[in-house]
Design a protein around this ligand. Structure first.
Ligand code: ARG
Length: 459
């Protein structure tokens, strides 16, 4: 016996191996709710346009809700022989409502059906990512507010560079995640068009109303080209690209938390709720959530590349290769949302270690630039020369095993005669950050302005 959905021209049933390579039900059952929403919209349109009689459509629409509740309650039996979610739902619908079910697929193909389902699913994930990003940004802004004037070392090359404020560092991530949010919103706006009604690839001769189904499903408009509608997966790739860039930001932040929570840095204490212990070393408190965020990000990048590879050689319109889009996107979405939530939790709970931050900022000649700037301002030296003089003072301090503020005025004057007592005022880390008042700079006053701006934006 051949396949009940498409087996008219077949005498034999598919080989078990054919079924195994062909079936997508194992993963695309995650599209059940979207599939049923799409079918209900399509059915309503078939009635409104007079293509299918009202009583059949009523039975179909009600039956679809029955099928949905069976799936949601877990007593639906998925069949591999029925390949995918679309045919599993339709076959069950036939058992529930009888022959009327056979009219649902009028003026439709699985090609526009799956494109519709998948767009709806990805759209939900974009909305979830938006919420996750906003929650994380709020957590970061709360940290920035608490530590607007905590001084810590800023790094380049992971070498102490100049003092910055904790709040400034937190807000740097807020800026990054806000651009991720912008990409999410852009992607959503661009992808929100309906493929439904493109049918297999060419459109249909039935007098369908694509505006109606588009509106019913919350799309802004129907897609304008039926070939494009069933072929396009750039919406999924845009999702994966936005996810990848955001994941890269999450991974960098995770890396910092791993470093910062080490005994060597002690910049932060992560909460017990987001740490784990060791089965042998009783003292251990490990930043596993941060490490797993850093690691899971690789899967998201992988998904992006994998789907690019799937798509790059496909002629128009639909090819079965495109069935491989789903697992990549599902996995990337799950891990992105989980990473966002885990990062939010870690950020909310973490405690900046203010004395350790300040001590670290005060070592490593972090105010050498302030000294050079002072020479420029107070003695009129060109910056390049001031840089050189300061370099000599750093070398002297290094030789003596002390920091810049520990040098005596006589030490200083032995390198450059016009240095005065006033220089010591700029060598402290608090003075240093307070002086960085340029727009976008690290001064606590600037940080507080930005905290206020973000609080207003984030509500
Ligand atoms: N399971 C298929 C997919 O995910 C649905 C579309 C199948 N279309 C077809 N003509 N075989 O892509």
């Amino acid at each position: 016996t051949s396949n009940q959905m498409w087996g008219g021209r077949f005498a034999d049933r598919p080989d078990a191996i054919m079924e195994a390579i062909n079936a997508s039900i194992g993963f695309d059952k995650r599209l059940a709710a979207q599939d049923i929403a799409g079918s209900r919209a399509h059915a309503a349109m078939l009635a409104a346009t007079g293509i299918v009689e009202d009583n059949d459509v009523e039975a179909i629409r009600k039956g679809l809700l029955t099928v949905l509740s069976e799936i949601e309650s877990g007593d639906f039996e998925f069949s591999t022989a029925l390949e995918d979610i679309h045919m599993n739902v339709e076959a069950r619908l036939k058992e529930v409502v009888g022959e009327a079910a056979g009219r649902l697929h009028t003026a439709r193909s699985r090609n526009d059906q799956v494109a519709t389902d998948f767009r709806l699913w990805v759209r939900d994930q974009l909305d979830a990512a938006e919420s996750g990003l906003l929650a994380l940004m709020r957590a970061l802004v709360a940290q920035a507010e608490a530590g607007a004037d905590w001084v810590m070392p800023g790094f380049t090359h992971l070498q102490t560079a100049q003092p910055v404020t904790w709040g400034h560092h937190m807000l740097a991530y807020v800026e990054m995640f806000s651009r991720d949010l912008g990409r999410v919103r852009d992607a959503r706006a661009r992808m929100n068009e309906s493929p439904l009604g493109a049918a297999a690839l060419a459109g249909t001769g039935f007098p369908i109303d694509r505006e109606m189904t588009a509106k019913e499903l919350g799309f802004d408009r129907p897609m304008a080209n039926s070939l494009d509608a069933v072929s396009a997966r750039d919406f999924a790739l845009e999702f994966l690209s936005a996810a990848s860039i955001s994941a890269m930001h999450l991974s960098r932040m995770a890396e910092e938390l791993v470093i910062w929570s080490s005994a060597q840095f002690r910049f932060v204490t992560l909460s017990d709720r987001f740490s784990t212990g060791s089965s042998i070393m009783p003292q251990k408190k490990n930043p596993d959530a941060a490490e797993l965020i850093r690691a899971k990000i690789g899967r998201i990048f992988g998904a992006n590349v994998a789907l690019m590879m799937v798509m790059k050689g496909l002629p128009l319109a639909y090819s079965k290769d495109m069935q491989e889009d789903k697992e990549q996107v599902f996995d990337a979405a799950d891990n992105w949302l989980l990473a966002l939530a885990a990062m939010e939790g870690m950020v909310r709970d973490m405690q900046g270690n203010v004395p350790a931050l300040e001590a670290a900022a005060s070592h490593g000649f972090s105010t050498a630039t302030d000294l050079a700037d002072w020479l420029v301002r107070e003695t009129g030296l060109p910056f390049r020369e001031a840089h050189h003089v300061t370099g000599s003072l750093v070398a002297m301090a290094e030789k003596k095993g002390c920091d810049l503020p520990d040098l005596t005025l006589a030490d200083m004057q032995s390198v450059h005669g016009s240095i005065t007592e006033g220089v010591f005022e700029v060598l402290g880390v608090h003075n240093s950050v307070a002086s960085r008042m340029s727009y976008g700079g690290t001064a606590p006053a600037r940080v507080r302005e930005q905290v206020a701006r973000w609080q207003e934006i984030l509500g």
